[in-house]
Structures are given as C-alpha cells and as structure tokens.
Design a protein around this ligand. Sequence first.
Ligand code: SF4
Length: 155
Amino acid sequence: MGGVPAIREVQFSIIQNRGCFGGCNFCAIQLHQGRRVTSRSADSIVAEAERMTHEPDFKGYIHDVGGPTANFRFPSCREQMLRGMCSGGKHCLAPTTCSHMIVDHSDYLKILRRVRELPGVKKCSSAAASGSTTPAPATVPVSWTETAPSSPSIP
Ligand code: SF4
C-alpha cells in the first residue's frame, strides 16, 4: 500500500533544462515554461545522478537526462540574449530553421559522458534525442560555451 506507482517511470530520470523555442502546435511547453531555454549546471545534474546511484532500487540505468527543446541547453541565438525572443510571427524553427540559431549539443554530450562515468551507472540515455528531427544549418557555429555569456541557470 502507499507510494505513487507512476513514479517508476521517472524515478531514474533527470531534468536538465526548461523552456523550448520549438513552438510545435501540439505542445504546450512553451506556454508554461517559456520560449527561452534555461539549464541546470552540469555539476548539479551530475550530483543528482550520483545520489541516484545510492537508491535501493537503482539498477544502473538512468533512463533520461533530458528536457524539452530536444535537449538544447542554451537560448536559441545570441540576439535573443540582447533583444529577447523574436515576435511578430518569427519563429526559430518554422517554416525553416532561423539562420541565427546555434545548433550545438557539445555541452549536453559532455554531461552525458560525466554521468555515464559515475560508479554504479551502466547506461544513461536521452529520451528526446532520438525524436529530434530538427535540421541543422549548413554551417554549425563556434560552440556557444566557448564564446557566449553564461546561460541563466535553474538553481
Ligand atoms: S533570431 Fe532566430 S533563433 Fe533568434 S529568437 Fe529570433 S527566430 Fe529564434
């Protein structure tokens, strides 16, 4: 008796970001989390994963280190940090990918690798990555993490 049966689906998953600049018609995330992506620090995510490894039910599998917006960790472009999200019907992904958009998952991949290397973790995965169909621009810009101001973080 007791407990929350549905918790099993998410018990060993970690939220790494909030917000989405996708704006898909079937999804309400941007209405309640906003269109600007904010992310937890890598250290906070890894610390949560490490705590999970001590839970009695943990079998070595972290099912999702993820969140909305196909796991992007930063705002969609540098202009957005200066002027806010575009308005007037301009969208980051539709009808085509905006040329200002920064497509870079290097920071996210580093986090997945850090989590995977924790003692007790056999596998960690991303539930959203396999569903992403966002086309990348022809030229992938310099990594955001090398040049851009730090992203606002979820404490
Ligand atoms: S400039 Fe492009 S990528 Fe940046 S917020 Fe506007 S539509 Fe999105």
